[in-house]
Design a protein around this ligand. Structure first.
Ligand code: PMP
Length: 309
């Protein structure tokens, strides 16, 4: 095509369509307050993980032809999408409770999915992280390792956070965020505090998950089990930067799902369970917050229609 016919509106590939997601006020749910959500499900791979995967792949060793990752589903889909664009071989391990839609979404991009026992600790050789590590070693593939890689939170520091900051004209008082690997809250939280030390960063996780005990120095009081995908960990992985987080609160699954339904019916926002979880957390916190609250909605409710809706 001649240079004259090239348009600045045309992206070279779907990877260049990642980002610039909208920020929307939750005006019916939280009347009289200013709560805004960045709709990360509008990324082409369907979640915030598109950004993290793009950033990690930019830093991949030069000779990589095959990639492996452990994922609650969204990182897997992002990696599978990127692998299609870049011509890479892709394997993804997921906990076996991962929604069928998410598994099929990864497979649709041509990647292989390996479901692994969900109810075993990270030290168990059947755990999805351990299986990914073995698979990568056996196949001579590159393991992105979002739970341990510093590039995870750096991606959000370099990409997601400045975008959010600009969209808010640097005006926010609280950043409230679900925690899975911890990359999103750590990267965005660090950026916001570097710009404005008065911003308070609050994490939201499912009941009996392992982040709050680390922040508040109390014992973890029960077994960790949740139907909410993508958030919670028995123990915080290295991707999480505890120094950035002021507090963590825990939300029951029933409240998370109730807010998932309310987001769809009252705001027209069809978001995933972790978005319901963070919204339920905001609802609980709101009586003691004064000022603008920002959050991110990581993925779409479309991936959980038969599970949550
Ligand atoms: N929500 C969903 C749906 C996710 O897939 C993830 C990633 N596991 C998160 C929230 C949490 O993001 P992070 O891993 O950056 O903490």
């Amino acid at each position: 095509m001649s240079a004259a016919r090239q348009s600045s509106q045309i992206r070279g590939s779907v990877m260049e369509a990642i980002g610039n997601t909208p920020v929307v006020q939750l005006q019916r749910l939280f009347q009289g307050h200013e709560v805004v959500a960045k709709l990360e499900y509008m990324n082409p791979g369907g979640s915030i993980k598109d950004r993290m995967v793009r950033y990690l792949l930019r830093h991949r060793p030069a000779d990589v032809r095959h990639v492996v990752e452990s994922s609650s589903g969204n990182t897997g889909a992002a990696l599978a999408m990127a692998s299609a664009v870049l011509g890479l071989d892709c394997d993804v391990t997921v906990p076996d409770h991962t929604s069928a839609e998410k598994v099929k979404r990864i497979e649709a991009y041509g990647a292989r999915v390996h479901p692994c026992a969900a109810d075993v600790p990270e030290s168990d050789s059947r755990n999805y992280q351990a299986v990914a590590e073995r698979l990568a070693a056996d196949e001579g593939a590159w393991h992105l390792d979002q739970y341990r890689s510093e590039l995870n939170r750096q991606a959000h520091y370099a990409d997601t956070a400045p975008e959010l900051w600009d969209q808010l004209d640097g005006q926010l008082d609280y950043f409230v965020c679900g925690i899975g690997s911890g990359g999103t809250i750590s990267g965005i939280g660090r950026f916001l505090k570097d710009r404005d030390p008065n911003v308070t960063v609050i994490g939201i996780e499912p009941r009996n998950s392992g982040y709050r005990p680390v922040i508040t120095d109390v014992a973890n009081d029960g077994d960790f089990g949740t139907v909410i995908e993508g958030v919670g960990k028995r123990r915080p992985p290295p991707a999480f930067d505890a120094a950035v987080v002021d507090d963590v609160i825990q939300v029951d699954d029933a409240d998370a799902l109730a807010y998932c339904h309310r987001l769809a019916r009252e705001e027209g926002i069809l978001a995933g369970g972790s978005s319901g979880c963070v919204t339920a957390g905001i609802a609980r916190l709101l009586p003691r917050l004064h000022g603008r609250v920002a959050t991110v909605f990581p993925d779409s409710g479309a991936y959980y229609l038969s599970k949550y809706f």
